[in-house]
Design a protein. Structure first.
Length: 259
């Protein structure tokens, strides 16, 4: 499928969605929202894809005879539109396959919220991330008030959301907003290596681990352990489990089938 505002790439078992509205700092409008929804569905249904990376293209323009490059993940909601595109954030949050946000540059408002819905956040040192919605008289309504406290704690979340302050890559890592901070020139390779590492694991196992953590994290320990045992029981019935045991005994690399 041809897309106007995103680029979709697939390599081996890893897919990548790149926001491609650099002239608007990859702000999310209705077209991007619809295309993102279609791409997410396509990738979710592709049995060959085990991991998804989401990132954004930089803005490049001529200024005083030289190129000016502005790196951006996404500046959030395109304020020139009133379209409601929250469903793509919820789709990412509910995704069965592991999702990695690769942030180089601005990740503001809805862009930050989208990254919070991902499983992992890798960020470059030069990036700027935050939820500045309060400066427009609103609040981060794509899950920001709920996901950010779960990542960084209530006090830090209140500080970021109520002030609208942004933080750089190192600060994001320090408060737990990002999982890894990387020099910008190493970001792509670092994320690709991590995605390939995940993609080498059994697909059903990854999905069940993600499901067990998501369902169990907000319950009490007893309920969480029941969820864990149910997930384990499901995995014991899979071909991948039998392959994992056989590969261990035969001292070879497992060949995962995803079933």
């Amino acid at each position: 499928m041809a897309y106007e505002t995103i680029i979709v790439e697939k390599r081996d078992h890893v897919a990548r969605i790149t926001f491609n509205r650099p002239q608007r700092l990859n702000a999310i409008n209705s077209t991007l929202g619809l295309e993102m929804k279609a791409a997410l569905e396509e990738i979710e249904q592709d049995p060959e894809i085990r991991v998804l990376i989401i990132t954004g293209n930089p803005r490049v323009r001529e200024k005083e005879g030289r190129q000016e490059i502005t790196h951006c993940f996404s500046a959030g909601w395109d304020l020139s539109e009133t379209a409601h595109v929250e469903p793509i954030v919820e789709m990412v949050g509910a995704y069965e396959k592991p999702v990695i946000a690769m942030i180089n540059g601005y990740a503001l408002g809805g862009g930050c919220e989208l990254s919070l819905a991902c499983d992992f956040i890798f960020i470059s040192e030069n990036s700027e991330i935050g939820l500045p919605e309060v400066n427009r008289g609103i609040l981060p309504g794509w899950g920001g008030t709920q996901r950010l406290p779960r990542r960084v704690g209530v006090s830090k979340a209140k500080w970021l959301i109520m002030t609208g302050d942004t933080v750089n890559g190192a600060e994001a890592k320090a408060i737990g907003l990002a999982d890894e901070v990387v020099p910008k020139e190493n970001l792509d390779r670092t994320v690709s290596d991590f995605a390939e590492k995940l993609a080498a694991k059994p697909p059903v196992g990854l999905r069940k681990i993600k499901e067990a953590i998501k369902k169990g994290v907000d319950t009490d320990l007893e309920a969480g352990l029941e969820i864990e045992q149910k997930a384990l029981g499901d995995l014991l019935q899979t071909e991948d489990f039998r392959e994992g045991i056989a590969a261990f005994i035969e001292k070879r690399e497992p060949q995962w089938k995803g079933r």
